[in-house]
Design a protein around this ligand. Structure first.
Ligand code: ATP
Ligand code: MG
Length: 170
């Protein structure tokens, strides 16, 4: 059975890791789709698809399952999004998501969706982690060690703080 997990992973955190561990108990192969793959260098999408791929591959390797990581650019046409996703990925049997729109779109297409439980959502949240980075708070304990390395390697926190400043008035 091939299980699909889609997210933006801005950044990949321990909540995502927990979902992947759950999927690994059920699936023989794991497909991770990197959503909004075209986006980067914004306050809601600071990291490139390639940087996110590096974050996720370290985590997946440790699970010992065959895996694929595939960037998925936004289509901005929800009605045909599932066909777009299918055109980019190996065939899959099951989708794991807690995102209401993703659940709705796959369900309408007749594809089974399982909703993994949310793990410590108040802190294991991309939005919360990006806010901590911008505020100068310590976010490192909320992501796997390999993700800390990728973010440090690309100067991710400095990037996020720089782009969040906006133009300064004279
Ligand atoms: P953002 O705040 O930027 O939306 P996020 O933490 O929701 O970030 P996404 O990349 O949007 O991360 O999430 C991908 C998938 O992982 C979604 O289905 C989301 O519901 C799920 N997810 C996010 N955080 C957790 C968590 N703590 N536990 C379980 N699932 C999570
Ligand atoms: Mg989200």
């Amino acid at each position: 059975m091939r299980g699909l997990y889609i997210g933006r992973f801005q950044p990949f955190h321990l909540g995502h890791q927990a979902v992947l561990e759950r999927i690994a108990l059920e699936a023989d192969e794991i497909i991770v789709g990197i959503g909004s793959a075209q986006a980067s260098h914004t306050t809601s999408n600071p990291f490139t698809a390639g940087e996110r791929l590096a974050m996720i591959s370290g985590a997946l390797r440790k699970l010992g399952k065959w895996f694929y990581i595939i960037p998925l650019p936004d289509l901005e046409r929800n009605a045909v999004w599932v066909a777009h996703v299918r055109s980019m990925l190996p065939p899959f049997d099951l989708v794991y998501s807690s995102n209401p729109l993703v659940i709705q779109l796959f369900s309408e297409a007749g594809i089974e969706v399982r909703k993994p439980p949310l793990f410590r959502r108040e802190v294991y949240s991309g939005t919360a982690i990006r806010e901590m980075m911008m505020a100068g708070d310590d976010w490192r304990a909320l992501v796997p060690p390999g993700v800390v390395s990728v973010i440090e390697e690309v100067g991710g926190v400095e990037r996020l703080r720089n782009i969040s400043q906006g133009d300064r008035p004279f």
